[in-house]
Every structure is written in C-alpha cells, then in structure tokens.
Design a protein around this ligand. Structure first.
Ligand SMILES: Cc1ncc(COP(=O)(O)O)c(C=O)c1O
Length: 389
C-alpha cells in the first residue's frame, strides 16, 4: 500500500508515501532493544476504553508483575504514560519542592539530566562529581550524605552513558540515617540486572519499557516505598506538574480508577505481555542469562585485543562500553555495521564521545548464538576500518 496526496500550497504537485516497511535491524545498542514477538502480538490486540473493567484488570496485572521485576513486596508499583524521562520528571516533581535539598551522585549524562530537572523544580542542589565510568564507594556515599544532610538523594543505578553500575546499598543506608528519601534511576537495569528495590532500600525507582523489558518505548514503570507514599500524602504544596502528580496517578491506577488521563492501552498490553514473558522465564534465570552472555561478550572483546571502559566489578551486564581502539573512527564502524549487517550499536557522548562503543546485549538478543554472531560481525567491521588484532 502507498498513497499519493496533494502537496498543500503547491499547485499541481503531489507527494508520494510508500507503505511503512521499516528495515530489519539487530538492536545491539543501549536501547531500544529487540521487542519480543509476543509483545508485538499484544500490541495488535483490539483496544478497550481506559476505564473499562478489562483495562483496569490489565493495569492491576502490570502492577503485580512489576513487583517481581523491581523486587518489592511493600512498595507501590505504577506506570507513568511517557518514556523513562517522564518517570524521572515524576520522581523529581513529586519529591522536590522549592528549596528542597537534593544530593546527586554525578558520574554520567543521566545524573546531569536529573540535576537539571531538580534545578527547574527549585531544588537546592549538592553534587558529588566523578569522571564518567567511575562509581562511588560506601565511604564516599556516607561522607557526602553525612556532610550535606539532604532531604532527597539521587543516583543512577545503571548509567547508560558510561556502562557503570552503581550499588545503592550504602547510599540508601546513609540517606535513611539522615532521614532522606532515595530516588534511583533504574531505566537501564530493570528486567536485565537485579534492582532489588526493598533489599537495597530505594524509595522511588523509575524505569522504561524499551531496554531490559524488551518492549517498545512509551511507558515508565515506577516503584514507590511506603515511606515515600507517606511523604507524598503529607505533602501540602500542590505538585507543580499536574500530569505527573503521583497521588492522582496512583488514585486512577490503583484506588478509585477515576479518570486522570487516557492511558495508552496498547502499550499497557505490550508491557503486560513483556512482564509475563519475564515471569515465565523467571527473573533470576533472566539475570543469569544476561550475565552468561555478558561474560561471553567480554571474553570475545578481549580476545580481539580490545578493552572495556569500566572495571569488571562495576559493569552493567546488559550494556557494555568498549574502548575504541587507536586509529579507528567509531562513527565509521557504526555506519558500516548498520549498512552491511543491519546491526545498530551506539557511540559515546559527552566526555566519552569518540572514545567508546556502547553495545547492548539484552532481552531476546542475549543468547550465546547472538553474541557469537555479533562478535563475528564486529570483528569483520573493525578489520574493514583498519583495526588489526
Ligand atoms: C539511565 C537513563 N535514564 C533516563 C533515560 C531517559 O529515558 P527515555 O529516553 O526513555 O526518556 C535513559 C535513556 O536512555 C537512561 O538510559
């Protein structure tokens, strides 16, 4: 199917639109990741209304399934209609009031985005800075929070711009000792590596659908601790963002089911199916599969004489940052991989621009065969771009 339409304002001129036929890609980037075939099927199911009892049940199922993915019993789970940044904005808008002191562990692009949002909400910001790719030790976490005495602490669990995984245990313990709530960005970790919301002591976690959950982008799952829910109930100033007001969204999605906004029905179907696929595999098995493929990947990369950007103990199992070897143009490698093998990977940005490849091995792509396939194509492409092992 294709269409020919009149070009508005241009007499006797027409525009031709061909049928939608996106190219087939192997999405080995940091996200979006490959969508599970069952999730595509779910997307094509007929929609019902956003207040229909059937949809209310879909939302309830999603909330239930998210508890396992986040690793929470007592926390509330809900879903923001919007991508991962919408979850970030909801976390900031609801827990930051004008003048609220927030302590940010900064070590990559997304802690900077979070800082910028907090700034726009009038926060009093304290930042601890580290180079991109490094993580914070327990002592550094304790010292920073003890010194700054913030009301809110924020860190990025899996920093997609660097490939580093930040442990939250010490941050959460120090924050709670100081009476602060903890916001954790779990956009790249949820579904791929353990989040362990309760065990870690996180109060507010937000994520996305397009990475570890193997769904298209469009929703932001969140988990909120009882402590954070109480804080919200006690908040007297109205949340500046009406759309991201968590009390209103929580009421619509779990309590009264009164209209708040028209939820994107098909994306909820997709997320429910993606979470079911994960539940059937078992979340622990899924993490183990990602870990196995990560090891295979790193072994292959090192066998080519390449280096990883992040030390082994702080790597994200689903997202690898590989140092670009001397004399190789990373943009040319990415272009050749896409053109010749249909493989998408990403480059670095900010201080890592031109210095790293960012390669995701997650969801349906995380199998031994797929890793071998990738390594073979990557090696071939690097050689074509002048790299010799
Ligand atoms: C760690 C992290 N936080 C936040 C975001 C923003 O998510 P989105 O692009 O879905 O809005 C991303 C996106 O890649 C991310 O990797």
């Amino acid at each position: 199917m294709s269409a020919v339409v009149q070009n508005k304002g241009q007499e006797n001129s027409t525009l031709h639109f061909s049928a939608l036929e996106p190219p087939r890609r192997y999405l080995f980037g940091p996200g979006p990741s490959m969508v599970h075939p069952r999730v595509y099927e779910a997307l094509s199911k007929p929609i019902v209304g956003h207040l229909d009892p059937y949809f209310i049940q879909v939302m309830a199922d999603v909330q239930q399934l998210l508890k396992t993915a986040f690793g929470t019993d007592g926390g509330a789970t809900l879903v923001i209609s919007g991508t991962g940044s919408a979850g970030m904005e909801a976390a900031v808008a609801n827990f930051i009031e004008s003048g609220t002191k927030i302590a940010v562990f900064a070590n990559g692009y997304f802690s900077d985005r979070l800082t910028e949002m907090a700034k726009r909400h009038g926060a009093d910001i304290a930042r601890l800075e580290k180079p991109w790719g490094e993580t914070y030790t327990e002592n550094e976490a304790r010292e920073f929070i003890g010194r700054e005495k913030p009301k809110v602490v924020a860190y990025v669990h899996a920093e997609t711009s660097t490939g580093a995984l930040q442990s939250g245990q010490a941050i959460c313990a120090a924050a709670h000792a100081a009476g602060a709530l903890v916001i954790a960005d779990c956009v790249t970790s949820l579904g791929g590596v353990p989040v362990e919301f309760d065990q870690t002591g996180i109060d507010i976690a937000y994520s996305c659908t397009q990475k570890g959950l193997s769904c298209p982008p469009g929703l932001s799952p969140m988990a909120i601790s009882q402590r954070a829910m109480e804080w919200l109930r006690a908040r007297t100033s109205p949340v500046r963002s009406w759309y991201f007001d968590l009390k209103l969204i929580h009421d619509y999605s779990t309590v009264s089911h009164r209209y708040h906004h028209t939820a994107p029905i098909s994306m909820f179907y997709a997320l429910r199916e993606a979470l079911l696929v994960i539940a059937e595999e078992g979340i622990e098995n899924r993490w183990a599969r990602h870990r196995r493929c990560h090891k295979l990947f790193v072994d292959g990369i090192e066998a080519m004489g390449l280096r990883m950007h992040v030390p082994a103990e702080h790597r994200i199992a689903t997202l690898n940052t590989v140092c670009v070897p001397k004399g190789v143009d990373e943009a040319k490698v990415r272009k050749r991989l896409l053109d010749e093998a249909g493989i998408e990977i990403a480059g670095g940005f900010g201080p890592l621009a031109g210095k790293v490849f960012r390669i995701g091995v997650m969801g349906p792509l995380a199998t031994e065969d797929n890793v071998q396939f990738f390594l073979k194509e990557f090696q071939r492409t690097l050689s074509a771009e002048g790299y010799s092992i």
